[in-house]
Design a protein around this ligand. Structure first.
Ligand SMILES: Nc1ncnc2c1ncn2[C@@H]1O[C@H](COP(=O)(O)OP(=O)(O)OP(=O)(O)O)[C@@H](O)[C@H]1O
Length: 964
């Protein structure tokens, strides 16, 4: 197909049981394999669907016959569509002439269609649902005694069919409806009619029949009464009137069978249509390969309308074969002006004319007979006898009045005309149509869609034979558009057993199938031909010189043939001249010899005998083989060289890479070793440095510690020495001071005692004088008052002096200046004036003392300020001390401890200085009496001066004390 760019057809023929269907399946599998596409979608491909539709078609279209346990009772043309690249793009199944009569009529030992038995063997729930049971109880099945098949398990097949239905897209509801229809047909067959008691019309025979009628109506989902009426009555429409006519029981039974047949036929057509929809057709397809599996030639004891149609099909196919193999061949020989002798063959055109000529053919007469209501098969047979009495292909059997014999190409077949008229009528009874159209089951009503108005009104008859003839015509048109290939299936024996080869039977089949004729023609004719150009293109390889331009097409073709040395080609030339020489004398001899002529060169083509093309192809193949060997050798050498070079290059690259890799590894190892050394070196250096640093810092720390300790010891010693000195000085000072105070106390006590004695003596003298004079008394009183005041002032001054002495040593000098109040006896005014003057002096002294006190206060404030500044400095030092490193801290701590030590010393000094200050007023008194003790002055000036210096430090320490 791809090479020639032309659609192909494979016509599989042979008698029933020869293996057509099996061969078709194998062909389909092959085509599916070759043209199938990779299907990764998980969806089933077209070819898979085609293959998987077989079980459905076989269940409803196959039945057991005498010749075949699984005989296809319909013709099938599977059209596989291909796209431009030769991939399957779609498919369609066309069926031809299902054997309807089998639904109602089965002869022993055949069976009805498989689906009926499958349904009876279905799982119990389905059997109950569809109200079926033992097949022996159904009239349509029990006409034959064959119910089961050894090779077929009906219950398994039922499930298998349902699975196949699923695959081809028949859903559960549709499946149920299909099996309901099948069951209804079975029940319908069990409805028997008898003559009615009240009317002449037919009515169900008994309750059993009624029950089946009801069950059938239930399964069809239609009204029971309507069903009964549709079977037993007919409505005749006259001009404006509708007359209901009751049918007699026999006609009612025929009506029943007609209903069963039409329902089954419609069901089968629906299945085919559904499968086609599921498979999907490709309107854009470029090529097709059709596989025709059609019933073979049939000749039984009793041959009816079906055999007539089947044999017509075979005649048509034989004619197609003849046309291709003989007629067209010989026409071409003529056109090409080659030497040939006419090949005799049995042309069946006259048989086809006999059957299908219009008007006047058997089918035309049959249709005519069917259209006349009064026609019977006898009248029809009579008409045939009259019309074809002189036809060489038509024979009237001597012993029969209604049969006729047709001399088919495959043999004579005698047909019984009894049921011809009835079977040819493709009339859907309007009552049946109306009944089932009104069914509540949508599936059933869809099988009988409402007819167009005109069709339903007119009782125009439709002929099955004519319809079939048209179908065949259409099929042949399709086949004519393709390149045909014929497959003849031969049945080895009638026993349906392996290993048995019945020679006569096989010979008969070969004759019937036209195989013998075909072989004869093949040997006599030139089955292979090619245009010069194609021939040269194909076979120039056998004589390459023809391509050098010096040969024309004919010469080139002849040269190729010469060189190819085909058997007898040389002989052809000699013979050719011999024939011409012997002219036409020995025609038969020439025919025979021509038959031996190996090949012919025509005007545009080269004609070859059977097998010669194969021989040429074999030679070409041999040359191509040799060339291929040379090419292969060269190519292999080239490939080997390339492979070797590639290997060499690869190995060099590999070696280089490996070496590089090894060196890289070595280099990496070296780098690692160097890095190790480096790391070791650095780590050792680091460790050594760390150890050295540790040692260094430790020694520095120890040194610092030792040095600090020595320094501290020295400092401590120095401090101790200083403290010792201070203590010694203080002790000495204390002892001197103590001695001085005791002396001073003793002197004062002595002075007071003396002065008291003197004053009392004076007082006594004054009192004595006062007594002498009154004036003196008054003066005496005044003087007493003055004495008291002076005493009071003296006490006051003493207190102030004490206070001043407490405040500062500077007052000592002042104290020294204070005059000693002497108890002066009040003698006169001069003395008073003198006292007053002294008083004034004392007042001035007090004023100057107050000034000094103020100055002292100011000084003390300044020192307080200095002390607070020192305190601030200490705080700052402490803060800084916290920041600096520990060694500095240590230094600071040392400093602080030093200061603390100093502070302690100062405090001690301060404590020691306190009695000296207390002693100051007394010292002033002592100074006021410089004459009594020279040591006093020394004591007063030495330590007190030093302590004056120490005093500020001491005070500072007192302020600092709470801070430390
Ligand atoms: N190639 C084969 N190898 C083995 N058995 C085969 C082969 N072909 C056919 N058969 C057997 O023959 C039987 C009939 O074959 P098949 O149904 O293909 O015949 P058929 O020519 O299609 O008959 P019919 O015209 O009645 O349908 C098959 O059921 C099978 O048992």
């Amino acid at each position: 197909m791809i090479k020639e760019q032309i659609s192909q057809a494979i016509l599989v023929s042979g008698e029933s049981g020869a293996g057509k269907t099996e061969s078709t399946k194998m062909l389909m599998q092959y085509l599916a394999f070759m043209g199938g596409r990779n299907n990764n979608t998980g969806e089933r491909s077209v070819e898979q669907k085609v293959l998987e539709s077989n079980p459905v078609l076989e269940a409803f279209g196959n039945a057991k016959t005498v010749r075949n346990n699984n005989s296809s009772r319909f013709g099938k043309f599977v059209e596989i569509q291909f796209d431009g690249r030769g991939r399957i793009s779609g498919a369609a199944i066309r069926t031809y002439l299902l054997e309807r009569s089998r639904v109602c009529q089965v002869s022993d030992p055949e069976r009805n269609y498989h689906c009926f038995y499958m349904l009876c063997a279905a799982p119990p729930e389905d059997v109950e649902k569809f109200k079926v049971g033992n097949p022996r109880t159904f009239h349509y099945l029990n006409q034959s005694n064959c119910f089961e098949l050894d090779v077929l398990d009906d219950s398994k097949e039922y499930l298998e069919t349902k699975r196949a239905m699923d695959i081809v897209g028949i859903n559960q509801a549709e499946q149920e409806a299909i099996f309901r229809v099948v069951a209804a047909i079975l029940h319908l067959g069990n409805v028997e009619f008898v003559k009615g008691k009240k009317t002449d019309g037919a009515e169900p025979k008994d309750d059993k029949s009624r029950l089946h009628l009801k069950t059938a109506a239930d399964l069809f989902m239609c009204d029971e009464k309507s069903l009964e009426d549709s079977l037993s009555k007919r409505v005749i429409v006259t001009r404006g009137d509708r007359i209901t006519k009751s049918l007699d029981p026999a006609t009612a039974a025929i009506s029943r069978d007609a209903l069963a047949k039409i329902v089954y036929s419609k069901l089968f057509d629906w299945l085919v249509q559904k499968i086609n929809i599921s498979i999907g057709q490709d309107p854009e397809s470029k090529f097709l390969i059709g596989v025709l599996d059609i019933y073979g030639f049939e000749s039984f004891k009793t041959n009816s309308f079906e055999q007539f149609c089947i044999n017509l099909t075979n005649e048509k196919l034989q004619q197609h074969f003849n046309q291709h193999v003989f007629k067209m061949e010989q026409e071409e020989y003529k056109k090409e002006q080659i030497d040939w002798s006419y090949i005799e063959f049995v042309d069946n055109q006259d048989i086809l004319d006999l059957v299908e000529k219009k008007p006047g053919g058997i089918i035309a007469l049959l249709d005519e007979a069917c259209m006349f209501p009064r026609s019977t098969h006898e009248t029809f047979a009579e008409k045939l006898y009259q019309t074809f009495k002189d036809h060489k292909r038509f024979v009237k059997p001597k012993l029969s009045r209604t049969d006729f014999t047709i001399c088919h190409y495959a043999g004579d077949v005698t047909y019984q005309t009894e049921l011809f008229l009835e079977k040819n009528k493709d009339l859907v009874v309007p009552e049946h149509q109306a009944l089932l159209n009104a069914s509540k089951c949508s599936f059933v009503s869809s099988l009988f869609p409402p007819l167009p108005e005109e069709t339903s009104k007119s009782s125009k008859f439709s002929s099955i034979a004519t319809g079939f003839k048209q179908q065949l015509q259409s099929l042949l048109e399709t086949l004519n558009a393709t390149e045909p290939h014929y497959v003849r299936c031969i049945k080895p024996n009638n026993a349906l057993k392996p290993g048995i080869f019945e020679n006569n039977n096989i010979l008969q089949q070969l004759r019937c199938g036209g195989v013998m004729e075909a072989i004869r023609i093949s040997t006599a004719g030139f089955p292979s031909r090619k245009l010069f150009r194609e021939f040269i293109n194909r076979f120039s390889i056998l004589a390459p010189e023809v391509l050098n331009g010096s040969y024309n097409d004919v010469a080139a073709s002849k040269r190729i043939l010469e060189k190819s040395n085909l058997s007898g080609y040389q002989f052809l030339h000699i013979l050719h001249f011999a024939i011409i020489a012997s002219a036409m004398l020995f025609h038969r001899l020439i025919l025979w010899l021509t038959g031996l002529l190996p090949l012919q060169v025509g005007k545009t083509k080269v004609f070859l005998r059977a097998g010669q093309m194969a021989e040429l192809d074999a030679r070409r193949g041999a040359v191509l083989g040799v060339s291929a060997i040379v090419i292969q050798r060269k190519v292999r050498a080239y490939l080997s060289r390339r492979h070797f070079n590639l290997l060499r290059l690869s190995s060099i690259k590999l070696q280089a890479f490996c070496r590089g890799q090894a060196v890289r590894h070595q280099y990496a190892r070296m780098r690692r070793a160097a890095a190790c050394l480096n790391i070791q070196k650095h780590s050792r250096k680091f460790l050594a440095r760390k150890a050295y640093k540790n040692l260094y810092f430790s020694s520095v720390t120890i040194q610092a510690g030792i040095r600090g300790m020595i320094a501290r010891d020295k400092l401590l010693l120095r401090k101790q020495m200083r403290a010792v000195t201070v203590i010694q000085s203080q002790c000495r000072r204390f002892l001197a001071s103590h001695h001085y105070l005791r002396l001073k106390k003793a002197a004062i006590t002595t002075q007071c005692a003396w002065r008291g004695k003197l004053a009392r003596r004076e007082l006594r003298n004054i009192r004595m004088a006062a007594k002498e004079t009154g004036a003196l008394l008054e003066a005496n009183t005044k003087l007493e008052k003055q004495v008291e005041e002076l005493t009071w002032e003296l006490k006051k001054m003493q207190r102030e002096k004490e206070l001043l002495m407490k405040e500062g040593g500077g007052t000592k000098n002042i104290a020294g200046q204070v005059p000693i109040i002497k108890e002066v006896p009040v003698i006169d005014n001069e003395f008073m004036v003198k006292l007053t003057a002294e008083n004034e002096q004392l007042k001035a002294l007090v004023t100057s003392l107050e000034k000094k006190i103020e100055e002292t206060n100011k000084l003390s404030e300044e020192r307080l300020k200095q002390a607070s500044e020192a305190e601030m400095k200490i705080i700052e030092l402490k803060t800084a001390m916290q920041r600096f490193y520990p060694y500095f801290m240590l230094w600071l701590e040392e400093k602080i401890s030093d200061m603390e030590t100093e502070d302690k010393i100062l405090r001690q000094k301060a404590l020691l200085s306190a009695p000296s200050r207390k002693m100051s007023p007394e010292s002033s008194f002592a100074s006021s009496t410089p004459l009594q003790n020279g040591n006093h002055a020394q004591l007063n000036s030495g330590p007190s001066k030093r302590f004056g210096r120490e005093d500020s430090r001491m005070r500072r320490s007192k302020i600092e004390l709470p801070q430390v």
